[in-house]
Design a protein around this ligand. Sequence first.
Ligand SMILES: Nc1ncnc2c1ncn2[C@@H]1O[C@H](COP(=O)(O)OP(=O)(O)O)[C@@H](O)[C@H]1O
Ligand SMILES: [Mg+2]
Length: 153
Amino acid sequence: MLKYKTISKSADETRQIAAKLIRLLDVGDVVLLTGDLGAGKTTFVSGALNELGYKDHVVSPTFNILKCYFEVNPNIYHIDAYRLEDQNIDIGLEEYIEGNGICFIEWPKFIEPLIPMRHLEISLKRIGDNEREIVLIDQNDFYKDIIKSFEGK
Ligand SMILES: Nc1ncnc2c1ncn2[C@@H]1O[C@H](COP(=O)(O)OP(=O)(O)O)[C@@H](O)[C@H]1O
Ligand SMILES: [Mg+2]
């Protein structure tokens, strides 16, 4: 398992990290966003979307679970599983995870059976009003190059 840890001092800095990451990802990649409410998971996704040219405000899909951004290339699928809470609802999310776009998943623990081995986790932790500890976690060694490029190696 490889990790890259950094401290973000503002929402914009978090968006910049996401912007760098999205340029290193490919269609079919799955990014898990973990951390408490307000940690910055949705902010992170907005950074990725803005980098791809999406101009509107990005909101969490908490109430509709999935938002598809077909207007950007690659397509972005944003899942927030918070409201599913292990209910195991068969609503066809599989189609978007490892699908023909890049998938970001908030609260992945609630859809654990749907999470593929090949994924990158972004863990966000609030350490102050505007400070967040951000850790990129490559649990199963699929994203060595991405971790290295964040380390600057
Ligand atoms: N360093 C930071 N990184 C990310 N968000 C931050 C940071 N500092 C302050 N914030 C604020 O924290 C809030 C995070 O909210 P959000 O991204 O919706 O969190 P989550 O999706 O994890 O519940 C936003 O209001 C954002 O502006
Ligand atoms: Mg959110």
